[in-house]
Ligand binder design. Sequence first.
Ligand code: FES
Length: 109
Amino acid sequence: MSETQTQTSRIEVGAVDALPEGSQTEVMLGGHSVVVINFENQYYALRNNCSHQNYPLLGGDVDNGRITCEKHGGKFELATGKAKTLPALKPVQIYKTEVEDGVVYVLPL
Ligand code: FES
């Protein structure tokens, strides 16, 4: 029974080969859009909603471990979800990522 719960609680993002350095993709987890980012060969997952005005973060520039919201330029730290640049003040939710047998998964923290 718990095995089933484990399987449903994590979402497959895709093969490592399909998610190279610099790529971004979107998955749905628990009814929320989540952006998954490969930055310097580390996978990060954040709620795909800027905390400033509910704008998608997917497609924003990623630099220095931060993603930039394309709407007003707010930056969020990939590892923590913390807002690092105005006008964003509140953090965005982050998720856990894991790689198993060459496949990337996202799951709630
Ligand atoms: S909506 Fe993202 S910074 Fe304003």
